[in-house]
Design a binder for this molecule. Structure first.
Ligand code: GDP
Ligand code: MG
Length: 177
């Protein structure tokens, strides 16, 4: 769909985005949906992996949270100028939602991220046992982010369902700032 592609280019022009989530959450799959609109086979990201992808003037940084503290410290240097933090959650992964919550709030406490908007993607909604966006929102205590602009979107990275809506929200953030 060419319209959708145009909207992606518009949204991502000169943006600094960070995509984080636990390993296996679907970060790489979502990134490729944003960039190529096609589901791709990905290999699970291992531990401390940080990917940096530049598309025109947009910079995507992608990494797994919940890794080693020592590696995480060096990620701080990437925070500057970040407009949107995208947190990808595997909606079937109930066990690790607490870890995700702790990592998210820890990350957002950084001074360089005080103006960053937060987009939570409740991924893998195609799975029968997935938690709803509302459940995830509550578990992550997103309402405590009150002063910050945040949004949660249910999605399925394999089909791309929910991703155009998340792009609409990102666009609204760009316009607002
Ligand atoms: N069923 C389902 N599987 C997904 C979805 N998104 C990603 N996956 C699968 O989950 C696994 C991890 O995805 P990946 O993008 O590599 O996760 P990453 O470690 O966060 O980069 C892969 O096998 C993906 O095909 C989804 O929405 N639904
Ligand atoms: Mg990955």
């Amino acid at each position: 769909n060419p319209n959708r592609y145009r909207s992606l280019s518009t949204v991502f022009l000169e943006m600094h985005l960070i995509i984080v989530g636990l390993d296996n959450a679907g970060k790489t799959t979502i990134l490729y949906q944003f960039l190529t609109k096609e589901a791709v086979q990905t290999s699970p990201t291992i531990g401390s992996n940080v990917e940096e992808i530049a598309v025109k003037k947009t910079r995507f940084l992608v990494w797994d949270i919940g890794g080693q503290e020592s590696l995480r410290a060096s990620w701080n240097s990437y925070y500057c100028n970040t407009e949107i933090v995208i947190l990808v959650v595997d909606s079937t992964d109930r066990e690790r939602l607490t870890v995700t919550k702790e990592e998210l709030h820890h990350m957002l406490a950084h001074e360089d991220l005080q103006n960053a908007s937060v987009l939570v993607l409740a991924n893998k909604q195609d799975m029968k046992n997935s938690m709803s966006a509302a459940e995830i929102s509550q578990s992550l205590t997103l309402s405590s982010l009150n002063a910050r602009s945040w949004h949660i979107q249910a999605c399925c990275a394999l089909t791309g369902e929910g991703l155009p809506a998340s792009l609409d929200w990102m666009r609204s953030r760009v316009v607002a700032n």
